[in-house]
Write a protein that binds this ligand. Sequence first.
Ligand code: HEC
Length: 162
Amino acid sequence: MRQGEKWVLGLIGAVALFAFAKGLWQSGTKKEADPGIPFYSTASPELARAGSDLYRKLECKSCHTLWTVRNMFESVPAPALDGIGSLRGEQWFYDYFSSADPQTILPSRLKPQYRMPSYAHLNEQERRTLAAYMASLKVQDWYLQETRKAEYEKLTGKSYRQ
Ligand code: HEC
């Protein structure tokens, strides 16, 4: 082999190796992205901002998980709110937040200090915003059953049978 040929072969080898490594790397990142995060929100940017501002201000995360965020120092077994808008409707949320005694709508199995508080003291606009924001929190169909199961188990403390 002449010097020039060796050089060309080496170059081809290097290009092939690079392409292979790139393929491997991409298949690795693709695997993570593929099943995807099943949760999404249908909220407009305005609703998303107003809703998450209230959510933060009222410290809902001291008991609930949303977008995988929760307070690490509390371990209240409240249902996660991801996908909750695929399980219940906006009017239900509004009535729930407006009730002076939310446990008449959704019974609790927890000690009083961990139960869902009443948000009847908020003004109507705030309760509507929270309800619309909750209703916008959707889950993809392929994860709906899992979400329902997790919610059921948190609410009842029992294991879920279809
Ligand atoms: C003190 C803990 C606590 C706080 C704070 C709290 N929640 Fe809850 N929430 C619960 C618990 C526990 C439940 C389940 C019902 C029960 O046990 O009372 C619940 C239930 C719910 C449900 C119904 C879930 C379902 O499975 O249908 C929604 C929606 C909800 N909360 C939203 C909120 C929002 C929004 C906030 C903030 C404004 C908030 N919660 C603040 C503890 C809390």
